[in-house]
Ligand binder design. Structure first.
Ligand SMILES: Nc1ncnc2c1ncn2[C@@H]1O[C@H](COP(=O)(O)OP(=O)(O)O)[C@@H](O)[C@H]1O
Ligand SMILES: [Mg+2]
Length: 279
């Protein structure tokens, strides 16, 4: 997929997923339990994820959201059911699916550049391509000049940008994100949501985004998948129906936002009550 560096523009050497279609992912009656069956995490969980959509997944704590992402990623196998990508069963991690964990898991001993380069090196990309790709994505998230810094020298928001750059740099066609902004303060979180939407506009990929926040699900999602209390399954799929590009402030002030927020909370409330925890 790499292009030739025609005009000396480093960006031209960066591989892009543009043109490569994201797969249609089908989660087909997936069940998974832990501790020899004592904890049923997922049961009859079914879901279709459309190519290039942003699907936000919301549900009470412990309902199996992380388990579902790990199964889609191929990190763990379901006990029953299966997950298909364009009709092909997912049985192990694939190059075109990338999981982003809750805290992004930057390597503290690697520099910003080293962190962004990591996935590319694992993929065995040649040096010149790694350098150009790292430069491109650090520019995209506004971190040029910080290449040699270590994560501890950066603010929480900057660390998240490194995480986003790293995730986008390996150019997967599907990104699986597990509450990536959960630990950020409200303001930084909003900045990062804007950043993610901007990256997504440049590189349309499928995003499956787990969140605890109804607000975040509406601001980011094309659809919101609501999960039941454990064992989790998809209770309902809700079309957000707010046109893009979205101005989060305008969205928050719209009647559609208010309606969705109330509706999702009403549907979520009984599930949260059953789990005995805050959402
Ligand atoms: N590796 C594991 N071993 C044992 N229990 C697990 C494991 N992973 C998840 N669980 C249990 O499965 C349930 C669902 O977990 P998880 O998918 O992490 O939920 P969520 O992400 O929605 O909070 C929880 O009860 C959790 O304790
Ligand atoms: Mg989780």
């Amino acid at each position: 997929m790499s292009q030739h560096n025609v005009g000396g523009d480093p960006v031209a050497t960066v591989p892009r997923s543009a043109g490569r279609k994201s797969p249609r992912i089908v989660v087909d009656r997936v069940g998974k339990s832990f501790r020899r069956g004592a904890v049923a995490a997922l049961q009859e969980c079914s879901l279709e994820i459309q190519p290039s959509e942003v699907l936000c997944v919301i549900g009470p704590s412990g309902c199996g959201k992380t388990t579902l992402l790990r199964i889609i990623d191929g990190l763990i196998r379901p006990d029953t059911g299966r997950v298909l990508a364009d009709g092909e069963e997912i049985t192990r991690p694939r190059r075109d699916l990338a999981m982003v964990f809750q805290h992004f898991g930057l390597f503290p001993w690697k520099t910003v550049s080293g962190n962004v380069a990591y996935g590319l090196r694992v993929q065995g990309r040649p040096d010149h391509e790694v350098r150009a790709t790292v430069r491109h994505y650090l520019e995209m998230v506004g971190l040029q000049g910080f290449e040699g810094h270590y994560p501890y020298q950066l603010s929480g928001g900057m660390q998240q940008r490194v995480g986003l750059a790293r995730a986008f740099a390996v150019d997967p066609s599907v990104l699986l994100m597990d509450e990536p902004f959960g630990s950020l303060d409200a303001q930084t979180r909003e900045v990062m949501q804007g950043e993610l939407l901007r990256l997504w506009r440049i590189q349309r990929k499928t995003l499956v985004f787990v969140t605890h926040s109804i607000d975040e699900a509406i601001i980011l999602g094309d659809r919101v998948a609501l999960m039941t209390h454990r064992p989790g399954r998809i209770k309902e799929l809700i079309d957000v129906g707010i046109p893009r590009p979205r101005d989060p402030e305008a969205v928050r002030g719209s009647p559609r936002y208010a309606t969705l927020r109330r509706y999702i909370w009403n549907e979520l409330k009984p599930e949260v009550a059953r789990s005995g925890e805050a959402p």
